[in-house]
Design a binder for this molecule. Structure first.
Ligand code: PRP
Length: 226
């Protein structure tokens, strides 16, 4: 039997990804919680599961180390990898926003030299380019809300779930940049050369997630990048 490899991201999409694999019957409930292993064989031997950092996950799928992957739309938009996006799995909803310090809400648009800190440099560059606005992008790997508070940046582009991190760091959303949910993606070669086993796993995962199919999002009203 041909084993299909599915990459699941660590971090905020891990729980939803593992629950989807459980609901599809590939993983025994909760087994993934008690291990530090990064490759998990699944129940019936038809699937194995890799756990990768969200920022690296699409590289595993693009280069064929995984046939399938669960990735945030934010990473797909940012990285522009050569993978097919198949299904909106519906979980992991978040919004990417432009936020500035509360005291700069009225003035930031008039600044001639705008510096924006972000984990999403390509999305941010595109956002400002579409508005004809020059921007200096400060690429960071996390806790970007710190940057405006210590003078490293005038604002941030980052994802928001509850809004608590923005609030507690006295930042105010001034525009929405993108919306994101978890997507099922596939390696291009796997889709052709291993069509049958891969399609079977895609169908199981689609059903398990209760996803409508296709990559258009229900919660996003189709708007992904502004
Ligand atoms: C994410 C994001 C925000 C925070 C938003 O950070 O980058 O900082 O969560 O969540 P909230 O709106 O519910 O407060 P994450 O925990 O992934 O860590 P990071 O800042 O190091 O990237």
């Amino acid at each position: 039997m041909s084993v299909v490899t599915v990459a699941v991201p660590s971090g905020r999409l891990l729980e939803g990804g593992m629950r989807t694999l459980e609901a599809a019957g590939y993983l025994t409930a909760g087994t993934w919680r008690s291990t530090r292993r990064l490759i998990l064989p699944c129940a019936d031997g038809a699937v194995r599961c890799l756990i990768a950092k969200p920022v690296d996950l699409l590289a595993y799928v693009e280069h064929g180390a995984a046939d399938l992957g669960i990735a945030g739309k934010d990473m797909l938009l940012e990285q522009g990898r050569d993978v097919y996006e198949l299904v909106d799995l519906g979980f992991g909803f978040c919004r990417g926003v432009l936020a500035v310090p509360a005291g700069a809400v009225e003035t930031w648009e008039r600044k001639s030299h705008l510096r924006i800190a972000t984990k999403y440099p390509r999305i941010t560059e595109r956002y400002f380019w579409r508005r004809g606005r020059p921007v200096e992008i400060i690429g960071l790997n996390g806790t970007v809300e710190l940057a405006p508070q210590v003078g490293l940046a005038d604002g941030i582009v980052d994802v928001v779930m509850t809004g608590r991190t923005l609030r507690e760091n006295r930042l105010v959303e001034v525009d929405e940049v993108f919306r994101s949910t978890a997507r099922l993606v596939v390696n291009r070669v796997s889709l052709r050369s291993r069509a049958e086993p891969v399609a079977a796993v895609v169908e199981q995962l689609r059903l398990a997630a209760g996803a409508a199919g296709g990559a258009s999002s229900r919660r996003e009203g189709g708007v992904e990048l502004r």
